[in-house]
Design a protein around this ligand. Sequence first.
Ligand code: HAM
Length: 478
Amino acid sequence: MASTPKKQTGAAGAAKPPAQKDISFARPKGTRDIQNGEFYAYQGFFEKAAELAVYYGFKPIETPLIEKEALFTSGVGEHTDIVQKEMFTIKTKGGDALVLRPEGTAPVMRAYIEHGMHTKPQPVMLYYYGPFFRHEQPQRGRFREFFQFGLEVLGVATPITDAFIIQLAYLLLSESGFKELRVEVNSIGCKTCRPSYLKTLVAYYRRHMSKLGDHDRERLKTNPLRILDSKDPATIEFNREAPEMVGSLCEECRKHFRGVLEYLDALGIPYEIKHTLVRGLDYYSRTVFEIVAGAPPEKSEAPESGGAQPENEKPADGAKKEPSAEEEVPLALAGGGRYDYLARLLGSKRDVPSVGMSIGVDRVISAPQFVSSSPRIIKKPRVYFIQLGQEAKLKSLQVIEVLRHAHIPVAHALSKDKLSVQLAIAESLEIPYTLIMGQKESVENTVIVRDMQSRSQETVPIDRLADYVRSKMHKGRP
Ligand code: HAM
């Protein structure tokens, strides 16, 4: 039930004006109403991304917005921030625990297993986009409902696939206006080499135990790898000297990582190896990566992988305008990696080596570099239909249908009656032609076509209208 708005008591000095949150039915914190230009920007991005994915052989998948909680506790990991703090859980009447999906990789793998996709030719390549939900503290680039576009390649272990996924993320971002991108990569090894690395890492942190904050001390027991991307300034400082995973990789992982980097070189994608990049989800093995807006390594003035903050949140570099403190830390636009063990964690009897990435679409669209592409559905109307009188109003929908079938975008204001009002709207929309239907035209089944620039006009029968308008439009006038 909605709560009643709280009254301002003003006990401590001047009463503040009522804040937005006093509106009982206001949208939940960390969510937005997306409309107008912003809506089209999202739609244009999704269309562009889907087009790229389809071109490269990906098939679409849409998984449910709700999944069983266990999918993420098992898949993403019990000790991750997502599972510990960020899931929106729904208890069903039957007592089941469902969650609003916080990410897309575990659901895609669930679908792969559930539909026996291992029987299809491998790899299975899927793309998806839509809303995801995490109960985070809303701030710049961080929402409770946010949108991702993701690609997953399931059933193949070759390093070229990792490079291919990084390349597609890079392409999508650069074609969306990001001229300078930093690709940060790391390898976090496999079951063979990671345990001994973790021992070395834990031993290193034990030596600095007194300097570790409570949170990192806790992580030492549950998830020591995550201390590498701690936010704590003291931890960041001694993370610079922490042992690096790439130095402890087994022969197979080393070969794999070298392969990924060689393919990235061959593809001309600039990257830097960031030793503290481990990502916040437990299902990764071997390659992990993030892409942030900013100069690539050779042009970058930022310190080499010194940040160790989550999602590569390092001091800004290459910024053209003076960044405010808020803007200073570039956020990851995309993140991903290989997840060779996820299938088994979700009950599969076989390994399904896989790799994927997701782009944070809200961050992309709100970035100053973003160049919007018009969605296909939005066609700028080329004609404006004006009707005068009851007879014409009755016939107007019929005329509009003729134009729709001919794929001619048309604007109109059927609720308006006055010629001057309708003409003013047409002018304000800068539409090159108006179609005018009055009493006489409706009886004669004709329409007056008026060229808004030259003011010349011609009467055209309705059954020739589409051809006539098309021929006018093809003459190249805007
Ligand atoms: P992730 O790093 O958690 O990875 O999210 C991917 C991207 O989603 C981030 O880089 C960021 O741009 C965006 N993002 C994450 N949380 C938020 C938020 N609260 N508000 C706005 N944007 C956000 C994954 O989700 C993995 N499933 C990626 C993946 C696919 N790995 C393999 N395949």
